[in-house]
Design a protein around this ligand. Structure first.
Ligand code: NAD
Length: 458
């Protein structure tokens, strides 16, 4: 059995659950596969109504889900409540999307036949999710999978199992029996799902995502993997630092930096000392503490191992010839809290400026000019999100064209996702097609080309 514990109060156990074995996963997938054809055959309006009912159920349970998320993954109250509201909006969006056209008509070669391209579900969508967005990420996979007629087998992160159980129960109550299966456990359970589902949608770390994509390729099933980032925010000399600094501070340290889109590198063209001071002041203004407190912006990290990873990165700063400019703000003693760390005078090639630390840790890097800033920004293996702060339109255009990232923002934070817009990265941040919005339809359906010709000439 495994346990999920509260990162702010590690004595508190939120869930105990089994590491489900491959045989059990295969049974769950087989049951979902049995329910899939009936669901796919339903009139789209009925699927739409079921997704709307699921949205109502989640909206009705929003307060409970918010408390559970705060307790289980340590997400500060404001963000957790916002995430649950986003989950409801995602379900409503895909409830409507079931009514979108399900194909195209094309001119036929003979001028008499009907040439159609029509979309069909794949069967059972295997969804493997991380702990850091325990409501929104599962729903932005499960909702489109269902909307387009698939069944779902979902394996949440072990660290978010209590909230996953709650969410799955709410969804299942609005759906036909066995259409949604929840399987609990960690790597072995996830691997078993990869071996049995009809397509796989994964979000998590780069190493695991890559192995999931490889396993799916071996089986010849569609896969998408959304993975980590090492996201840059570039401050150009003409930027409004008073506007940029608080935005970057929030993107780097909010939710203790545990977002795939968090800012980890601040690249400064011009006065890096002034930018560092403005950033440090902005980070100091972010309230650190119990995630249940509605003022809190920086809560705990997820585990003791995550805490050690951030402290280890901080210890590397001076070894790399850098300087810690912030790192000893007081934090609560109970729980996995680490003070936000800001470091400068680091080389862009340093490990801590290359790898994802996934905690409240950011480095400030000096660039000689715009070209150097772009080289540094793009000089990592990841490419999820990037932002640039400038008032110069020509520079904004150049950076949006040349930054290697799936999401690029001008005068905005790297963090944050619009659920109705395509989402995904480049390089090691992503494999396979985009998630969210209309892009999800391409992944959760297969297109078939159909020609219907008259039975006799004339
Ligand atoms: P993780 O890779 O450790 O786990 C993700 C999921 O994969 C979990 O459910 C886990 O149990 C499962 N898993 C582990 N090994 C597996 C295997 N061999 N086969 C199949 N499944 C397996 O990630 P995490 O710690 O839960 O989440 C943090 C990571 O997720 C960070 O790297 C973060 O950047 C990334 N993330 C990316 C996005 C995005 O959309 N790009 C969003 C959120 C988080």
């Amino acid at each position: 059995m495994q346990e999920s514990r509260s990162p702010a109060h590690p004595d508190q156990v939120l869930a105990t659950f089994p590491d489900q074995q491959p045989g059990e996963v295969a049974e769950a997938v087989a049951a979902a596969r049995g329910a899939a054809p009936g669901w796919a055959r339903l009139p789209a309006l009925e699927r739409s109504q079921a997704l709307d009912a699921a949205a109502d159920a989640i909206a009705g349970a929003a307060a409970d889900l918010t408390e559970l998320g705060i307790a289980e993954v340590g997400k500060p109250r404001g963000e957790m409540a916002g995430e649950v509201a986003r989950g409801v909006a995602i379900l409503r969006y895909y409830a409507q999307a079931t009514l979108d056209p399900d194909g195209d008509t094309l001119p036929s070669a003979d001028g008499r036949s009907l040439l159609l391209s029509r979309r069909k579900p794949h069967g059972v969508a295997g969804c493997i999710t991380p702990w850091n967005f325990p409501v929104a990420i599962p729903l932005w996979k499960i909702a489109p999978a269902l909307a387009y007629g698939n069944a779902v087998a979902w394996k949440p992160s072990p660290a978010a199992t209590a909230i996953a159980r709650e969410l799955a129960a709410l969804l299942a109550a609005a759906l036909p029996p066995r259409l949604l299966a929840l399987v609990t456990g960690d790597a072995d359970t996830g691997q078993a799902l990869t071996e049995t589902a009809d397509l796989i949608s994964f979000t998590g770390s780069a190493a695991v995502g890559r192995s999931v994509a490889v396993a799916a390729a071996r089986r010849g099933i569609p896969a998408q993997a959304e993975m980590g980032g090492q996201n840059p925010a570039v401050i150009l000399p003409d930027a409004d630092l008073d506007q940029a600094a608080p935005m970057i501070a929030q993107a780097a340290m909010g939710y203790a930096g545990q977002k795939c889109t968090a800012t980890s590198r601040v690249i400064v063209v011009g006065d890096a000392e002034a930018a560092g001071e403005a950033l440090a002041a902005a980070v100091r203004r972010l309230p650190i503490g119990d995630p249940a407190d509605e003022r809190t912006v920086v809560g705990p990290v997820i585990s003791e191992a995550a805490m050690a990873r951030v402290l280890g990165a901080a210890a590397e700063v001076e070894r790399d010839g850098g300087r810690v400019i912030l790192g000893d703000d007081p934090v609560p003693e109970e729980g996995y809290f680490v003070a936000p760390v800001l470091a400068d005078r680091i080389k862009p090639s340093a490990r801590i400026a290359q790898e994802e630390i996934f905690g409240p840790f950011a480095v400030i890097l000096s660039a000689r000019d715009d070209a150097d800033a772009l080289r540094i920004a793009n000089g990592v293996r990841y490419g999820l999100a990037a932002s640039v702060f400038t008032r110069d339109l020509d520079r904004a255009l150049r950076f949006t064209a040349e930054l290697e990232a799936g999401l690029v923002r001008v005068n905005g934070p790297t963090s944050g996702v619009d659920f109705y817009a395509p989402f995904g990265g480049v390089k090691d941040s992503s494999a396979g097609p985009r998630e969210q919005g209309k892009a999800a339809r391409d992944f959760y359906t297969v297109t078939r080309t159909i020609t219907i010709s008259p039975s006799s000439p004339g």
